[in-house]
Design a binder for this molecule. Structure first.
Ligand SMILES: [Zn+2]
Length: 155
C-alpha cells in the first residue's frame, strides 16, 4: 500500500520557549511538502461550539469544529506566523500541518491562523512572529527550564 501524503512523517519535534510563550520546534530538517503532524481534538457539538471560549478551536468545515486543548495534541503548540513555514491541509475532515517549504533543524514551526483569529487574539497584544518581531524572535528556542517555574526559597 502506498503511504498517504497525510501520514505524519514522525519527525523529531520539541516544545521550547518561543517569542509567543511556548512553541513547537523542528529537531531535524523537514522536507518541503512533508506531513508534519495532525491537529487532533474532540469534535464539538453545535451548542458546545457556540458557547466555547477556548482559543484552541479549529474550524475544520462549516459543520465540524474541533477543540485542541488536550495533551495528545502537540500541534497546539504551533504558533501563528505571518510568514509561515507550515500550512494547514484538510483531508477527510482531519487537520494536517504540512511543510510549506524546507524547514531547518531548530526552526520554530508556524502557520497562518487566519484573519479572524488574528484580529481577535493576536492583533490586540501584538504579533510576535518572525516577520513582525524579528528581535523578540531571536531570543527563541531556549529549552524550557522546569526549575525556574518554582519560586526560590528566601535565604
Ligand atoms: Zn506576524
Amino acid at each position: 500500500m502506498r503511504k498517504s501524503k497525510f501520514t505524519p512523517g514522525g519527525f523529531k519535534l520539541a516544545v521550547k520557549r518561543a517569542s509567543a510563550g511556548r512553541g513547537l520546534f523542528a529537531q531535524e530538517p523537514i522536507p518541503k511538502g512533508a506531513c508534519i503532524i495532525e491537529y487532533v481534538g474532540r469534535t464539538l457539538t453545535e451548542d458546545e461550539e457556540q458557547n466555547s471560549r477556548s482559543r484552541y478551536l479549529f474550524e475544520v468545515t462549516k459543520k465540524k469544529t474541533i477543540e485542541g486543548w488536550n495533551k495528545k495534541n502537540t500541534a497546539r503548540y504551533i504558533n501563528h506566523s505571518c510568514q509561515p513555514n507550515c500550512e494547514i491541509e484538510i483531508h477527510k475532515k482531519r487537520v494536517f500541518v504540512m511543510a510549506k517549504r524546507a524547514i531547518k533543524e531548530d526552526e520554530e514551526l508556524g502557520y497562518n491562523y487566519g484573519k479572524s483569529y488574528f484580529d481577535s487574539f493576536i492583533k490586540p497584544i501584538g504579533c510576535k512572529c518572525p516577520k513582525c518581531a524579528p528581535k523578540v524572535h531571536a531570543a527563541r528556542g531556549k529549552p524550557l527550564k522546569k526549575k525556574s517555574l518554582k519560586k526560590k526559597k528566601k535565604a
